[in-house]
Each structure stands twice: as C-alpha cells, then as structure tokens.
Design a binder for this molecule. Sequence first.
Ligand code: ATP
Length: 320
Amino acid sequence: MRTIGVLTSGGDAPGMNAAIRAVVRMGIHKGLRVMGIQRGYNGLINGEIYDMNRATVSDIIQRGGTILKTARSEEFRTEEGRKKAYNVLKVFGIEGLVVIGGDGSFTGAQKLSQEFGLKTIGIPGTIDNDLAYTDYTIGFDTAQNTVLDAINKLRDTSTSHERVSIVEVMGRRCGDIALYTGLAGGSESIIIPEEDYNFDELCKTIIEGKVRGKLHNLILLAEGVGGAEEMAKKIQDVTGIDTRATVLGHIQRGGSPSAFDRVLASRLGARAVELLCEGKSQRVVGIKDNKIVDIDINEALAMKRESNRELYELAKILSY
Ligand code: ATP
C-alpha cells in the first residue's frame, strides 16, 4: 500500500479533526502518501482531493468540525455513483480508504469494498454514540459536556422561577446523550427511545417533586421520542406548573473536542492506518473496556445496540 485517502461523512462531530490528524501523521510515519477527500462521498465523486502532509494537519487537534468538510451524498447511494467514486480513487492511485463517520458512512465503505475490492477502514465519528460495537464514538464526550453546560445554566433560571424545564437533545434512535447528561446533570426524568415512558407517571413525578419541595424539575428528552415544545404545553396543562422547552440543536455538534475525544480520535486514527498497512480491509475500529479493537464491518453493522439499563435505573433512583 502506497497511497491512502481519508474522508469525513455524515454529521460532523468534535474530534474528527484529531482523527484526520492521526491518520495523516501515522500514514506519513509509515511511509504512505495521504490524500484528503473533501465533502465526504460527494467530494470523492467530484474528485475534490488534495495531498496532505504534517503541516496541513497542524493546529487542528483543538478545533471542532472537520477541516475536510462533510456531506451526505445521494449519488453515492447508487451503483453508478459508487462506480464514479471508485474511478476517481483509481485516478488518484488511492488503494486504501479511511472513512470517519456513522453507520451510513460505514455502509458506503462496505459497498466500495464489496463491489470493487477497495481496502476500507471505518472510524466511528458521531456525537450520537449509536454504534453497538464500540463503547464510545468520537464526539460523544464533547457533546455531553456541551449539554451539561447548558443544563447547568438552565437549572439556575428554572430554580429561580420554580419551573419545569425540558431539554431536547440529539438522538433519534439512540438516547445516550439524554441518558448520560440526564444522570450527570441530576435531572428528574430521562425520556429516551429505548425505554417506554408514561406521560401520566411523568406528571405525577413532577407534582410529587413540587410537593416535596423541589424547586425545579429537569427533564432530558431525546429528539427521537417527540418534540419538547409540545410536551411542555401538555405538562403545563396537566400539572399547572410553568414549563419551558429548550431545544439545543446543532450547538451539540460544535465546540473544541474534550481531552477524552482527542485521545480516542488519536488512538483510533492511528490504528486505522496500521490496519491498512497490515493489509486488512472492511474493518471498523472502536474502543472496548479502554482497549482499541477492530471488527468486521458487516458484523459491526449487524450488531444491535442495547441501551445502558443500569445507568437508566440509577438515574431514576438518584433523581428522587
Ligand atoms: P450520522 O450518524 O452522523 O448520521 P452517518 O454516517 O450514519 O452519520 P448518513 O447520512 O446515514 O450518516 O450516511 C452518510 C453518507 O453515507 C450518505 O450520505 C451516503 O452517501 C452514504 N451512505 C449511507 N448509507 C448508504 C448505503 N446504504 N449505501 C451507500 N452509501 C450509503
């Protein structure tokens, strides 16, 4: 293997830059030529590719977002689009591809390998923490800290006004952001797609809390369950307690990556390159029990994610 490419795809996540840096610098350390592909699979199809060196990745480890930019590509979902992408890779002499993104991006990489025999390795870069084979994805830790910062501020004002505060965070199918920040932020209730919730019970908890003298009530809601605004109105109608919704939105995707995300991204980026150098392909890297691991991409995509029930139950007990 002489030349490898790296791209970021799907939603961006803090720490993607640290992963790009690790891929480039480990690649150069191994004597490879490393090419940066801009705007995900779209940029690949359009040949938006440039040579990277140690200097092109200097001063980025602390920056959020991705210097390679990211995109979602409809064209790449078609066989024709992927054929174009493969032809571009051939023209640039790229023999191995590192894809930093979520499960959709991994599926794209898997198809490039299966259809054209290209060597691919996936690095989990998404704030959602929704990949079953790895304990953590790059960006999840930073996103948690961003949400916590917002929760801390909301607590001040909702305590002063003795309000109920619903915070809607990202997570369509995976409620990890709500779960972890709900526990860390001392929330009263956590509503996530993996666990059933009962609206009447929720209102009862709010009223009981008020009676016991709780000055505020904080609810963490994963976006996959429903809208915060609508829920706030319903809660206010039933409980008679002033209830406000805050939708954090894309703020959760930004910011300087935490130390944890930088270390994780550096380790995963370096390992991805090592795997390509070992001739491996169709694998994804991750972290299990603080050890860097790699598994077959098909196996990783087929794994069903289980939510952390223990944390959910603990948060319930501690919120009382
Ligand atoms: P996030 O977790 O942030 O949503 P993701 O990688 O899952 O990240 P997607 O939008 O699902 O984000 O996928 C990114 C890109 O990967 C898509 O725009 C598409 O180009 C490619 N992709 C996704 N699924 C497929 C597929 N089944 N076949 C080919 N390409 C795919």
